[in-house]
Design a binder for this molecule. Structure first.
Ligand code: AMP
Length: 273
């Protein structure tokens, strides 16, 4: 991959990059399609598929994370990728690996608070992938809103010459955000999983009517989530979409994020109200 990327750099070929962990669904493919449009006919689209061990915590689902490389490669081709890059862990983390990239402000709350070291793993692997693929543009999903904000900050702070594009969240017909982890849900849990989207809509409807305290809204959403027998709330946050700082009052334009366990599966979602 590195040789090809250097060749593209020498020939001035635009490179658009979509990093993923595979088990691709329509959400991922929307990013690849966006990358294809952005790269144009002369450009190249690279999709990486790598289940990055350093962004999983102890007891998380690294071992059972869904993998189907053959299917993923076919889907990437159909969506317009030129190259599917599948690095091996011995290449990404050679013996004695000891250098990390960590963003230290935006990564503190929400996912960072619930999953210590998660974002350090993400920023480290994305920095490495940027160095290997040498893209001019990289496409991320709004599904992982905090992640995209952190990557954008990292690119700015560390002078990566990469423009970060964030594409909207693709949802199932009933509102559930597409996720590789939805594969874990048996039918009864799959039905309960719509509670994340219902919570977002409830907050959105309330915010459309005027300002309300974040604490009061959280209480209402907690009650809604508690109605689902196998749902357990990890967090709900209302925050400013630019600074990721918590909002005391919510209104139209405030960002909501939440993480909910449905059985043993941890799902996240977010939206602008
Ligand atoms: P992952 O494979 O979960 O690491 O995700 C790879 C990229 O796809 C990330 O930039 C995600 O934000 C994005 N992504 C995941 N799910 C969706 C979705 N439902 N809609 C849009 N983008 C998504």
């Amino acid at each position: 991959m590195q040789r090809l990327a250097r060749h593209w750099q020498r020939t001035g070929t635009p490179v658009v990059f979509v990093p993923t962990m595979g088990a691709l669904h329509r959400g991922h493919l929307s990013l690849v399609q966006k990358a294809r449009k952005c790269a144009g006919r002369k450009g190249r689209v690279v999709v990486s598929i790598y289940v990055n061990p350093t962004q999983f915590g102890p007891g998380e689902d690294l071992a059972k994370y869904p993998r189907d490389l053959k299917r993923d490669k076919k889907l990437c081709g159909e969506a317009g990728a030129d190259v599917v890059f599948v690095p091996a862990t011995r290449e990404m983390y050679p013996a004695g690996f000891s250098t990390w990239v960590a963003e230290e402000t935006l990564a503190r709350g929400m996912e960072g608070a619930s999953r210590p070291a998660h974002f350090r793993g993400v920023t480290t692997v994305v920095a490495k992938l940027f160095q290997i693929v040498l893209p001019g543009v990289a496409v991320f999903g709004a599904k992982d809103f905090q992640q995209s904000a952190i990557i954008r900050r990292m690119a700015r702070d560390l002078n990566f010459p990469v423009k970060i594009i964030v594409a909207p969240t693709v949802r199932e017909a009933d509102g559930l955000a597409m996720s590789s982890r939805n594969n874990y849900l048996p039918p009864a849990q799959r039905r309960q999983a719509t509670v994340l989207w219902r919570a977002i809509q409830k907050a959105r409807n309330r915010a459309a009517k005027g300002r309300v305290s974040a604490a009061a809204m959280k209480l209402q959403l907690r009650r809604l989530i508690a109605l689902e027998p196998e749902a357990r709330l990890d967090y709900i946050a209302f925050y400013d979409p630019n600074t990721l700082q918590p909002a005391r009052e919510i209104r139209k334009g405030t960002q909501i994020a939440l993480a909910v366990f449905i059985g043993n599966t941890r799902l996240i979602d977010n939206a602008k109200l």
